[in-house]
Write a protein that binds this ligand. Sequence first.
Ligand SMILES: CC(C)(COP(=O)([O-])OP(=O)([O-])OC[C@H]1O[C@@H](n2cnc3c(N)ncnc32)[C@H](O)[C@@H]1OP(=O)([O-])[O-])[C@@H](O)C(=O)NCCC(=O)NCCSC(=O)C[C@@](C)(O)CC(=O)[O-]
Length: 300
Amino acid sequence: MSLPRYVRLVEVGPRDGLQNEKQPIRVTDKVRLVNDLSAAGLAYIEVGSFVSPKWVPQMAGSTEVFAGIERHPGVTYAALTPNLKGLQAAIDAGVKEVAVFAAASESFSQRNINCSIADSLLRFQPVLEMAQQRGIRVRGYVSCVLGCPYDGAVSPHQVAAVCRELHAMGCHEISLGDTIGVGTAGGVRQLIEVVGRDVPRERLAGHYHDTYGQALANIYASLLEGIAVFDSSVAGLGGCPYARGATGNVASEDVLYLLQGLGIETGVDLARLIDAGSHISKVLGRESASRVARARAALR
Ligand SMILES: CC(C)(COP(=O)([O-])OP(=O)([O-])OC[C@H]1O[C@@H](n2cnc3c(N)ncnc32)[C@H](O)[C@@H]1OP(=O)([O-])[O-])[C@@H](O)C(=O)NCCC(=O)NCCSC(=O)C[C@@](C)(O)CC(=O)[O-]
């Protein structure tokens, strides 16, 4: 299969990246990050999530973040909403695209959203219905598509079953989450081959954490399988609060460098993206996890 000419990058740094931070991060710093990312040309930014503050305290200020950001035409500013309460808060904050999040493994589902996979799908049904009535698009996530921190191996058929349900419910896109970054290129190709029988490949996205250093290889493998949407996190921010030892998503700068090398368009400016990552890394008091950002910094 030939490579796509254009790839859409879904920037998840402000949400997936920051949700795991223990230190308080000011709303103004989160707002600055989102604005820097849209200035860099990212057309899809996951700004925050409307979840229980007892479960993920760092996302508690999402309403304030949405109120503070500049909203540019053509840019999607999205949020996670696990239930109707979350959706209502997102609507009140003027959010136009939300995401529901399921898992392919039972234990992760219980730890992350306190219910079974089947119950989570039942809970998402009214979220999808209300969102559709309000003209809000819904993305679906499936976690642990290549392995679970509690249950171990996860079969592609388990993943396909959850993806099929989310797609049938009306999710316009399903993001395949390698939550603990254990996947390899071979496993990714097999996964897409199986899931692609139930959900068209143009409706799938890759969401790869870099815990085992495989994320870029997994993206390349996905490109070869016809996937053209990837989630990534500026400066490689992140980790998952319900997956011990998980690192951040693959760094957006590194993905962009890969795609530029393949001649694939994204609309994102690498220098401005590196600046955005450098600023938030300073705020957090640590070095960027992006290899490209570090290499460029060493040249200065
Ligand atoms: C789903 C629940 C709420 C169930 O949690 P629960 O305790 O079963 O829910 P509940 O309905 O019994 O409510 C308990 C309390 O939470 C409140 N509550 C209930 N809902 C909300 C809401 N939306 N916003 C704010 N508050 C809420 C509710 O009002 C109540 O408050 P109380 O009466 O005790 O004061 C909880 O488990 C939760 O919030 N989980 C979120 C976990 C999370 O955000 N994880 C990270 C995102 S997933 C991820 O990162 C993976 C991904 C997507 O990136 C892909 C990958 O890499 O795998």
